[in-house]
Design a protein around this ligand. Structure first.
Ligand SMILES: *[C@@H]1O[C@H](CO)[C@@H](O)[C@H](O)[C@H]1NC(C)=O
Ligand SMILES: *[C@@H]1O[C@H](CO)[C@@H](O)[C@H](O)[C@H]1NC(C)=O
Ligand SMILES: *[C@@H]1O[C@H](CO)[C@@H](O)[C@H](O)[C@H]1NC(C)=O
Ligand SMILES: *[C@@H]1O[C@H](CO)[C@@H](O)[C@H](O)[C@H]1NC(C)=O
Length: 168
């Protein structure tokens, strides 16, 4: 408990979250297309991430998401988490995935269980909200990170979204 509290207290004063890059790649243009995917800096304190992925074969009734965390040491190395969840069945079943979705929940239309019959949008997920998640919800150690997610529909890898960020 003391250690947790310490971590919490330390991270509270020192944590600063930044997005550093984003890359969205469709592996199957007939299935999914990236309409946009970018970071935008409005000013020093307001930076956000937006993306829109068009789905061409809707409704989609089977989708899994694999998320792996990488941390930069000497190049990006797998770090702690590599999880796959069956999104339409039970998206909240995995604590780590739940934490990851905590970043997007308020800014996207991906949080539901019905078959997907619409495009996927993340709208203006900003660093302040992300900062809240890495400082208040669960402290994350300092470093440069890459969150790589694979969107797997009907057991085929359809798209990759890579979000690079740093916590300092
Ligand atoms: C940054 O931009 C946001 C949105 O336009 C605005 O609300 C905020 O006041 C700006 N902050 C600074 C420091 O200019
Ligand atoms: C994560 O696990 C999957 C399935 O076991 C594997 O294919 C993939 O290479 C792993 N990714 C990383 C970054 O270790
Ligand atoms: C959607 O988000 C809310 C919290 O904002 C959560 O209670 C609910 O379980 C989520 N639903 C799914 C399907 O993940
Ligand atoms: C999402 O919204 C809820 C309720 O408005 C808020 O308590 C929570 O801190 C928000 N989370 C993020 C990551 O913005």
């Amino acid at each position: 408990m003391v250690l947790l509290w310490l971590l919490f207290a330390v991270s509270k004063v020192s944590c600063k979250f930044e997005f550093t890059n984003i890359k969205c790649t469709s592996l199957d243009e007939k299935f999914a297309g990236v309409e946009y995917c970018y970071l935008k800096s409005v000013n020093r304190s307001y930076k956000y991430l937006s993306l829109k992925v068009n789905l061409f074969k809707t409704p989609i009734t089977k989708i899994k998401i694999n998320a792996a965390l990488y941390k930069r040491f000497n190049g990006y190395r797998p770090f702690m988490y590599n999880i796959t969840v069956d999104f339409l069945k039970n998206p909240s079943s995995n604590a780590a995935m739940n934490y990851l979705f905590g970043f997007f929940r308020n800014f996207s239309n991906i949080n539901h269980t019905c078959p997907y019959d619409h495009d996927i949008i993340v709208d203006k997920l900003d660093i302040n909200a992300a900062n809240l998640q890495v400082t208040k919800v669960l402290p994350v150690p300092e470093g440069d990170y890459l969150v790589e997610t694979h969107w797997i529909a009907y057991d085929i890898d359809r798209a990759i979204v890579k979000v690079y960020c740093s916590v300092s």
